[in-house]
Design a binder for this molecule. Structure first.
Ligand SMILES: [Zn+2]
Length: 650
């Protein structure tokens, strides 16, 4: 055998020696010098090769600075790819893994898990070894790949303090769009990487060597092993034909692999997840549900999430419990499940209104950035109904029949010029597909919750039709509490992004992503706070002055709407005639803001001036002895009545 490699020169001994001599002669002319100590001469037949050594500079072993290293065992590296024995390939990948460990160690020490996760996903995990998986023969370095996956998992455990089970870690390994964290396991996707790489390069290989052939049909080949590995996972209808190169990119193969993974998790027969778990996986799989994980973790742009909240959100994302056990909600005395689902729909404490108002204000900001003269909570869009007898003309009574005018406000965000120049009323709401009555439906259709609530928004008080009669386009903008975004909301954001891009010359898709991410972060932060406020055994989430303000608000509201208020605090006896001077007048107390929730819940200050009726309180809120009045300022009259304590109506 005379064929040898001297990277990247290849050919017979005479050709390689001639090329080497030319390099040594020409390189100095441009200021370069060939370092022979870093050159390797690799006989293609290893130690059995016969070639003319006198054609070359002195040959020696590794580490001799002035000699070319002669590699006779057939194990070498070419363009970063290990070529040779399986043991060599495994060692090569182990070394690459060990180099990555330096970065993993540093990430493990970060005290900001949001930043650490982003760096881990983008810089220190799957991407570090995917090249090895593409270029090293499948099966030759399986142990090294598995070892690297374990290192990544240990890093995640370190900076989050979490210990997800194997099933939960499989969810973390899913792409963000599939409901995971994007921490793809290289060992799981190695076959896809190798088959895709092998298929994409077979034509080039044949150009270099006409004798080269596709080897997927050779049972002992690495290609055949990789195809078998994939076909063992794929359903029969999508099996790969081992006889010809696959015409799919690695990305598509990996996506197909994940589709199978998700399908198995969602299969009740597999027994991996219960109904709630399957519903949750469907919901986090919905469009936009993972945008908060892709947002730049920056306080400057408002997308940072504090460490404890981020870890809570990671727990929920992976299907882990956030509490040790089920307990009573600290605010409404309802059942607080260990996953924290109740906190996302609990009608007490004002968290839902905070969440709604923050999302509304963000939507307003993005609408203005798109050039729309948007305003929030615009009144007078719909005419009040005539009041006949004890009810409105359509027979509805309830809260609106207590003497107040029917100030109908279907627009959380009003857009004066929308589709076709018509104004639009954007009604924003958050619902939950995990509420008890919807779990079974959500387990088979992740979009059911947003679709149902959008329908409810349209039909309640005939709002959509009345808006149409008034020349308004009614847009129910529904978010699911896990982050999924309803169809109309996606269309709205897409249009706003397009309008904004016209003003800034940016990519509309980029504007859309930024808007979606900011809304998603806002929603998830509010969720995490709501969970924290209901932690079993936690201190009351409001300060004493704020609690006093709430009590006074109850008295003030009771004086106005006595029949509608189930009071936790008795109403003072009526002041006798002539004794008014002795009765202490109601005096609003200043609200001391002690947390973001307190601030948002009591945006109407002083509280006694708030005219929002208390009769919209959910039954659970009304029954709770310590329940505060419902939050003010966030619920439009177009909002359906909150007759279901687990249906978020804000
Ligand atoms: Zn509650």
């Amino acid at each position: 055998m005379h064929d040898i490699w001297m990277k990247p020169l290849a050919g017979d001994d005479v050709a390689v020696a001639r090329a080497l001599a030319a390099l040594q002669r020409l390189a100095p002319q441009i200021g370069l010098e060939l370092n022979l100590g870093k050159c390797e001469l690799i006989p293609a037949a290893g130690g059995a090769s016969i070639f003319d050594r006198d054609l070359f500079p002195p040959l020696g072993a590794v580490g001799q600075p002035h000699n070319i290293t002669l590699v006779t065992n057939g194990d070498f590296e070419l363009l970063g790819a290990p070529i040779g024995s399986a043991a060599w390939c495994d060692v090569h990948t182990q070394e690459r893994s060990a180099k990555a460990q330096l970065l993993l160690d540093e990430l493990a020490l970060l005290d900001d898990p949001q930043i650490a996760l982003r760096l881990l996903r983008n810089c220190a995990s799957y991407g570090r070894l995917v090249f090895s998986a593409r270029v090293a023969e499948f099966g030759s370095h399986s142990e090294a790949l598995a070892d690297f996956d374990a290192r990544v998992r240990a890093c995640f455990d370190a900076f989050t303090g979490l210990r997800p089970s194997d099933t939960q870690w499989r969810r973390a390994a899913l792409a963000v769009r599939n409901g995971g964290l994007g921490l793809r396991c290289i060992g799981h996707h190695a076959a896809a990487a190798f088959v895709a790489s092998r298929s994409a390069t077979v034509a080039r290989c044949t150009q270099l060597d006409p004798a080269h052939t596709w080897d997927g049909d050779r049972p002992t080949s690495a290609t055949a092993a990789a195809v078998r590995n994939l076909n063992a996972v794929f359903p029969a209808s999508t099996h790969i034909n081992p006889l010809v190169p696959v015409n799919l990119s690695q990305q598509k193969l990996s996506m197909a692999l994940e589709d199978v993974d998700v399908s198995r998790m969602l299969d009740p027969a597999a027994g991996l997840l219960d109904t709630r778990g399957r519903a949750h996986l469907r919901l986090v799989h919905e469009p936009g549900a993972g945008a908060w994980l892709l947002a730049m973790p920056s306080y400057a742009i408002g997308n940072a999430i504090a460490a404890p909240q981020f870890v809570t959100l990671l727990r929920r994302r992976l299907g882990m419990t956030v509490f040790d056990h089920e307990s009573n909600c600290t605010l409404c005395a309802g059942v607080m499940d260990a996953f924290g689902d109740h906190a996302l729909v609990c009608s007490c404490g004002g968290d839902r209104t905070v969440r709604h108002n923050l999302l509304r204000d963000l939507m307003l900001r993005w609408a203005k950035a798109a050039g729309h003269a948007a305003v929030t909570e615009k009144q007078g869009l719909l005419p009040p109904r005539p009041f006949l007898g004890a009810a409105w003309e359509n027979g509805t009574a309830g809260a609106d029949a207590h003497g107040r005018s029917e100030a109908r406000r279907p627009a959380d965000v009003f857009l004066p010029s929308w589709s076709g120049g018509r104004p639009a009323a954007v009604d924003l709401a958050v619902t939950s597909g995990l509420q008890a009555g919807l779990q079974a439906v959500s387990a088979s259709n992740g979009a059911a919750a947003t679709e149902r609530y959008a329908d409810r928004k349209r039909s309640y008080l005939n709002t959509a039709a009345q808006c149409a009669d008034a020349g308004l386009t009614f847009v129910p903008c529904i978010f699911e509490a896990e982050g999924g975004i309803g169809r109309e909301a996606r269309a709205l954001l897409s249009t706003l992004a397009r309008d904004a891009a016209r003003l800034t010359s940016e990519e509309a898709s980029l504007r859309g992503q930024l808007a979606l991410q900011s809304l998603s972060v806002c929603l998830q932060r509010a969720n995490a706070l709501a969970i924290a406020h209901r932690a079993p055994g936690s201190a009351p989430p409001v300060s004493a002055p704020l609690a006093a303000a709430r009590d006074q608000l109850r008295f003030a509201a009771a004086a106005r709407f006595p029949a509608a208020i189930p009071l936790a605090v008795p109403i003072p006896p009526a002041t006798p005639a002539g004794a008014a001077a002795a009765a202490p007048p109601f005096t609003p107390v200043p609200v001391v803001v002690t947390s973001p929730v307190a601030c948002g819940s009591f945006s109407c200050s002083p509280p006694a001036l708030c005219a929002t009726p208390l009769s919209g309180a959910a039954p659970a809120a009304a029954a709770a002895p310590a329940a505060p009045p419902p939050p003010v300022g966030g619920t439009s009259s177009a909002t359906p009545p909150d007759d279901d304590p687990h249906m978020c109506s804000v």
